[in-house]
Design a protein around this ligand. Structure first.
Ligand SMILES: *[C@@H]1O[C@H](CO)[C@@H](O)[C@H](O)[C@H]1NC(C)=O
Ligand SMILES: *[C@@H]1O[C@H](CO)[C@@H](O)[C@H](O)[C@H]1NC(C)=O
Ligand SMILES: *[C@@H]1O[C@H](CO)[C@@H](O)[C@H](O)[C@H]1NC(C)=O
Ligand SMILES: *[C@@H]1O[C@H](CO)[C@@H](O)[C@H](O)[C@H]1NC(C)=O
Ligand SMILES: *[C@@H]1O[C@H](CO)[C@@H](O)[C@H](O)[C@H]1NC(C)=O
Ligand SMILES: *[C@@H]1O[C@H](CO)[C@@H](O)[C@H](O)[C@H]1NC(C)=O
Ligand SMILES: *[C@@H]1O[C@H](CO)[C@@H](O)[C@H](O)[C@H]1NC(C)=O
Ligand SMILES: *[C@@H]1O[C@H](CO)[C@@H](O)[C@H](O)[C@H]1NC(C)=O
Ligand SMILES: *[C@@H]1O[C@H](CO)[C@@H](O)[C@H](O)[C@H]1NC(C)=O
Ligand SMILES: *[C@@H]1O[C@H](CO)[C@@H](O)[C@H](O)[C@H]1NC(C)=O
Ligand SMILES: *[C@@H]1O[C@H](CO)[C@@H](O)[C@H](O)[C@H]1NC(C)=O
Length: 518
């Protein structure tokens, strides 16, 4: 009687053991993987969908401006002495409008960013502080004129007097909110053919920073008004439903799969995501590079894996944008297509280490770099008497990724806008200055995961830990019952493998008294 029961018990246990081995080795990881994919994919029933469509918290958009403190000295040829003023903190809300679903598992949407000045976070800085900065629109106009019609640049310059409300030098006294969003008015309505030429060129080029006044009598210049409350796109992005590794990958922007600004299919490649969404990381195959596509600079850029770091008690992967991203042509030949071939006849248009010519992207001679020329050629620093001090901690771009979900725990993108201050003998304001690359401002955009989202993430991580524990518990229980059943079978059939009276020691201190069961 007992023998038969023991055999059934044994058979059952073996089945349980096999089942739990299969579950532990294959079933659980598969189920967990599917569960994670279900929650991160962009599908209107998924956990992530609403958070993706409308970011539950604003990003931080910080602006640091370079106040010029020695205008007179610079005008007479001395080195600029700058003073960084900031951060002017803005909250950046992001909302997407879904336009539809495309072939190949894509979603089509537009993205709207809204910026709101955050008085509290800006501390004692208000956005109506008046600063002296490089006159970016003036230098842009002069440099553009100088490149297309160098012979009449002097004439154009004198015509521009009223345009900038009688400028005596290439610097602009401006309130921060005017420079960033509200706009500096540039008056086109004076009766002058030279001015008409400039205004006509602006109307044709449509640089994003120049907004035509409603009565078309002039322009408002501002750095970011074109980004505020405007639909950007349409984007097409992979939803990760068919292949979660493709999640977030942008496949087209404004119906183009390659950006044509650079006139080169390699530099125009659209790679990666918009830096707010990444696929879960496959721990066996951790990517060395994360690609990010940034329409504001018309290009993709990558961050390289540095190491694993603990953040909020979670192991994360830390990626940083390194110097290869903006490397000069000699250091990274891949970057040669970012050179501006039409820069001038005696120049291949390639810039120094750490710079990118954004002219093809912005339709204005603006040059991008990391803040304070971080990771750029040190030569650039010699131009300044002070105020420029690269610091990797403050000026790098990075992301901390939680691997199981691909959620960004903390990430910041940083970029500086510069323009050339050039000595031009024909222009009185510029006849004595020393030529060099002059910074206007730098911005950082990013966020740290807020507490409520962090808790949600930690809860699901904890759940995963329980599942993981359950997986091994099941295996252990199945193994134990198999062993016990085997012993019972052996006992009941009378085959004395072990001496009758001894105890069966599984582990020191953990004695199962098999004898008593008889
Ligand atoms: C959810 O998405 C599908 C496409 O995947 C769409 O057909 C459906 O209408 C959406 N449902 C809702 C409630 O938006
Ligand atoms: C900016 O620089 C000017 C000198 O050019 C100085 O008078 C002013 O106080 C500075 N502004 C701030 C906010 O530091
Ligand atoms: C979808 O993928 C196929 C094969 O990769 C490609 O031929 C097709 O053009 C893609 N469709 C779209 C809309 O991108
Ligand atoms: C951005 O646009 C919104 C809506 O038009 C406006 O309320 C807000 O003040 C703007 N932000 C800034 C910084 O001007
Ligand atoms: C703001 O406060 C800091 C110290 O907290 C001070 O160094 C700085 O000068 C102040 N700025 C202005 C514009 O008052
Ligand atoms: C622009 O200049 C014209 C002529 O000098 C003047 O009549 C007009 O008021 C100016 N517009 C603004 C907005 O200042
Ligand atoms: C502009 O100036 C020209 C001559 O310099 C004159 O003939 C024309 O009437 C002026 N136009 C206006 C709108 O003032
Ligand atoms: C785009 O990604 C591919 C690999 O996926 C890489 O080889 C290429 O260099 C990237 N292009 C740019 C412009 O970063
Ligand atoms: C990290 O974990 C330790 C112990 O488990 C705990 O004391 C600490 O508060 C945790 N820190 C955070 C930021 O959650
Ligand atoms: C360079 O200039 C030539 C004519 O001046 C023009 O045809 C060509 O498109 C320009 N190339 C770029 C990349 O801007
Ligand atoms: C530039 O230098 C020359 C010679 O020193 C001087 O005559 C001229 O006034 C200076 N111009 C400016 C705008 O300071």
């Amino acid at each position: 009687m007992l023998g038969k029961n023991a055999k059934i018990f044994f058979l059952g246990s073996v089945c349980l053991l096999i089942a739990s081995i299969i579950l532990a080795a294959w079933g659980f990881p598969k189920i967990v993987g599917l569960q994670i994919q279900k929650s991160v994919q962009i599908e209107n029933s998924s956990l992530m969908f609403e958070k993706w469509r409308k970011l539950p918290m604003p990003l931080t958009f910080n602006v640091y401006l370079f106040n010029v403190t020695n205008v007179q000295d610079i005008n007479s040829g001395m080195k600029p002495l700058l003073q960084e003023v900031g951060p002017f903190v803005y909250k950046e809300y992001r909302e997407r409008t879904i336009l539809g679903y495309g072939e190949n598992d894509t979603v089509r949407y537009t993205l709207k960013k809204t910026f709101v000045f955050d008085k509290e976070a800006s501390g004692n800085l208000t956005d109506d502080v008046e600063l002296t900065v490089i006159n970016y629109p003036y230098m842009a106009a002069i440099l553009t004129a100088n490149s297309i019609m160098p012979s009449i640049v002097g004439l154009l310059n004198s015509a521009m007097g009223p345009f900038f409300s009688s400028e005596q030098d290439p610097f602009l006294k401006v309130r921060v909110n005017q420079l960033l969003f509200d706009g500096v008015y540039l008056n086109c309505s004076r009766n002058s053919s030279a001015l008409a030429l400039i205004c006509g060129k602006l109307k044709a080029d449509k640089p994003p920073t120049m907004r035509l006044a409603e009565d078309r009598s002039g322009f408002y210049f501002s750095m970011f008004a074109h980004m505020n409350n405007t639909d950007i796109g349409p984007f097409e992005m992979n939803r990760g439903v068919e292949d979660v590794r493709q999640l977030g990958h942008i496949t087209s922007f404004q119906d183009m799969t390659v950006m044509n600004q650079w006139g080169d299919p390699y530099c125009g490649m659209i790679n990666g995501s918009d830096a707010t969404i990444f696929p879960p990381i496959d721990e066996k195959n951790v990517p060395n590079r994360l690609y990010i596509y940034e329409p504001e600079i018309c290009r993709s850029i990558f961050a390289s894996l540095v190491d694993q770091r603990v953040m909020f008690n979670m192991t994360t992967y830390y990626y940083e944008v390194d110097k290869m991203a903006l490397a000069s042509k000699s250091a990274n030949p891949d970057n040669k297509c970012f050179c501006d071939k039409n820069w001038s006849s005696n120049h291949d248009g390639c810039l120094m280490m750490g710079l990118i010519n954004l002219k093809p992207c912005k339709n204005a001679p603006v040059i991008g770099s990391f803040p304070h020329f971080h990771l750029a050629s040190e030569e650039l620093l010699n131009y300044f008497a002070g105020g420029i001090k690269p610091d990797p901690e403050k000026h790098n771009s990075f992301v901390y990724l939680e691997p199981t979900t691909g959620v960004v725990l903390k990430g910041f993108q940083r970029l500086q806008f510069n323009i050339e201050l050039r000595q031009i003998p024909m222009i009185p304001q510029l006849e004595n200055v020393t030529s060099g690359l002059f910074p206007l401002m730098w911005v950082e955009e990013g966020a740290t995961i807020p507490d409520d989202l962090l808790e949600e993430l930690q809860d699901s991580r904890r759940l995963l830990d329980y599942v993981e524990t359950a997986r091994w518990m099941l295996l252990v229980i199945a193994t134990f019952s198999c062993i016990i059943a085997a012993v019972c079978v052996v006992r009941s059939t009378g085959a004395h493998v072990w001496p009758r009276r001894s105890d069966f020691h599984l582990r020191p201190g953990n004695t199962i008294v098999v004898n008593k069961s008889r």
